[in-house]
Ligand binder design. Sequence first.
Ligand SMILES: Cc1cc2nc3c(=O)[nH]c(=O)nc-3n(C[C@H](O)[C@H](O)[C@H](O)COP(=O)(O)OP(=O)(O)OC[C@H]3O[C@@H](n4cnc5c(N)ncnc54)[C@H](O)[C@@H]3O)c2cc1C
Length: 184
Amino acid sequence: MWSKNCIAIGLSGGFLEPLESTSIDLIQSGILNLIALFPEKQCAVSDVDEYNRLMDLEYDRIRDFLMLHYVLNQRDERFWSDMREMAWPGSLSEKIEVFKRRAIVPQYDHGLFQPASWLSVFIGQNLIPEAWDPRADSMTGDDLSARLQHISKSIESRVGQMSDHLAFIEKYRATFAGSRAGAE
Ligand SMILES: Cc1cc2nc3c(=O)[nH]c(=O)nc-3n(C[C@H](O)[C@H](O)[C@H](O)COP(=O)(O)OP(=O)(O)OC[C@H]3O[C@@H](n4cnc5c(N)ncnc54)[C@H](O)[C@@H]3O)c2cc1C
């Protein structure tokens, strides 16, 4: 995406199929990586290589996540059975294998999709792990239910602090209408 003194960001750099919308996030990553590696007077090859490495990581990880929807599908139609048969990148096979074997969910810094997204597609497509991290066995049932209750209460309390959807939109509509009236 970065070659000599030319950089392609957004659709000029690449596009991944829109099953999950990723274009705007990739534009944002492209801008942030460019700011971090912004050239002084000349473009250093090492900066160019690093930029391209980071952007490749972003694209590869999104590609794996998109492909996961296809390779784990359980539909009977010809299209979907063909999709199950397609060749998967090694990086996706590894992610599927570690999840299947011991419930480890992909986690990384450079990449849009975080554990909650991976988990929802693994479990949502019925890939149930055969085992789990043995460290989890050190927790008693009581400890586990206390921890789950703690998580549940903390979600409830955060949600309780938020306004509902309509109130949120009304608040921003009023602010926007006010600033437009001021500008006119
Ligand atoms: C309906 C819709 C919904 C979408 N929803 C999402 C979403 O939810 N999440 C998400 O991440 N992405 C979404 N996308 C995709 C995302 O919006 C686009 O991929 C992104 O805006 C592309 O930005 P860009 O700057 O690369 O290209 P563009 O926004 O297409 O900008 C290219 C610019 O170049 C100009 N141009 C073209 N040719 C020339 C020329 N010869 N000389 C000078 N200027 C030229 C064009 O006029 C345009 O202004 C959606 C897209 C659509 C259409």
